[in-house]
Design a protein around this ligand. Structure first.
Ligand code: SAM
Length: 385
């Protein structure tokens, strides 16, 4: 695993906390490399043959696979362990965060830069605008997405930054370090995609929707250091953390608390709008509204790029991906399997001939990445006519 970058906003860990995090990481890695392949094996060796013997045919859809698999003891074992590993993951990052929370909040307040966009300080460390009146969408308040207590938006105390600190280390553990030393992989991938597919495109104003802690946003800020880069999210604690983290890492980003379905930016404000693993955490009605908002916010000739996780091709792969919806509160993710993103972009106002939906591996020469090269990603790209 590549060493995870330490910065001023990342909670430090004592000996016991470190060993707990190491355990969670090793446990999850063991489950995915040694136990999960067995789930595919039992499907082929006993669940599918049993289904066939009983029904005279193979399962016809993901629901039939689900019904047959959920009574299998090996699957039940893996599923229970996987769920527990997710709960342990948050426990392992919440403890050190809570221990250091007063200091983290102090740090964040000292970096807080609210107000004038013209000052030299804004140019150096960016800005933060929160909106306490913002209605948090129901798809965030109804459940704690991927079991993170309080999700991205809950303030447990004044000026809270805990959700951000927990998410930063949490996704590093969740992905076994594969997101890179700054959780930078998704930003790197989308930039590599832009450079390969639109080599002449040089944005001056970029918006990252659903930026959370700004891990991907920073990568855009560094890659296009003459551009003005904005990051929006519905969650105040992740944005406070994002602002302080970006300031600590020396990249000026303008963060604001807004709903991507209807932002406060003026028509045609951006050359480029990006998002990284956000759409599958919204809802059936929010998705076309977000793409419609992208259409409104892009200047003519502007471009939107949304990076998503492919949801699997075979019924069994889809069933395993949908585990996240049924057991890890990624409620909308399972619907993404069947949604045609091109149609959604058309609903949002984009013209068919300017829309591409790609499943894409980064070309190592383009991306210059030396980790996680076995990932492939789904990308929705559309130019504004
Ligand atoms: C899985 S996180 C992705 C974070 C980040 N983009 C990354 O690269 O890791 C999804 C983020 O999208 C945000 N989000 C979801 N729906 C949103 C909406 N309608 N408007 C703004 N942000 C939203 C969530 O609050 C959360 O921070």
């Amino acid at each position: 695993m590549l060493k995870f970058l330490s910065h001023a906003m990342l909670p430090t860990v004592n000996h016991d906390e470190q060993s707990r995090q190491d355990f969670v990481s090793a446990f999850r890695s063991h489950l995915s490399s040694e136990v999960m392949p067995g789930v595919y094996k039992v499907f082929k060796s006993r669940v599918e043959p049993f289904f066939h013997a009983k029904n005279g045919r193979l399962p016809a859809n993901e629901q039939e696979v689900r019904k047959a698999m959920t009574v299998d003891p090996f699957y039940q074992f893996w599923s229970a362990m996987q769920r527990r590993s997710q709960e342990m993951l948050w426990e392992a990052v919440i403890d050190p965060t809570e221990r250091q929370l007063p200091d983290l909040i102090k740090q964040a307040i000292s970096k807080e830069n609210i107000g004038s966009k013209k000052t030299m300080r804004s140019k150096r460390i960016g800005t933060l605008q929160l909106d306490p009146t913002l209605n948090i969408p129901r798809y965030h308040t109804a459940v704690d997405i991927h079991l993170q207590p309080g999700g991205y938006h809950t303030d447990f105390t004044a000026h809270d930054v805990a959700a951000g600190a927990i998410y930063d280390k949490g996704i590093n553990l969740y992905m076994g370090g594969a997101l890179g030393p700054e959780n930078n992989l998704m930003g790197d991938i989308l930039i590599a995609y832009l450079r390969e597919k639109y080599p002449k495109f040089k944005p001056n104003k970029i918006l990252d929707m659903g930026c959370a802690i700004g891990n991907s946003t920073l990568i855009w800020g560094r890659a296009f250091n003459n551009a003005k880069v904005h990051g929006i999210d519905v969650g105040a604690p992740v944005l406070r953390y994002a602002h302080a983290r970006a300031a600590a890492l020396g990249v000026p980003i303008h963060f604001s608390q807004e709903n991507a379905e209807h932002t406060n930016f003026a028509l045609g404000s951006f050359d480029l709008i990006v998002s990284h693993i956000v759409l599958h955490e919204t809802s059936r009605s929010a998705l076309p509204r977000i793409l419609g908002e992208c259409h409104r916010l892009l200047r003519p000739g502007g471009l939107m790029l949304h990076l998503e996780i492919p949801r699997g091709k075979t019924l069994m792969e889809q069933f395993m991906h949908n585990w996240e919806s049924f057991n890890n509160n990624e409620t909308f993710a399972r619907y993404m399997t069947h949604i045609d993103l091109q149609i959604e972009a058309i609903k949002g106002g984009f013209v068919k001939k300017f829309i591409t939906v790609d499943e894409w591996f980064p070309d190592m020469d383009v991306g210059k990445m030396n980790y996680a090269d076995n990932f492939f990603w789904k990308i929705l790209a559309a130019e504004r006519e």
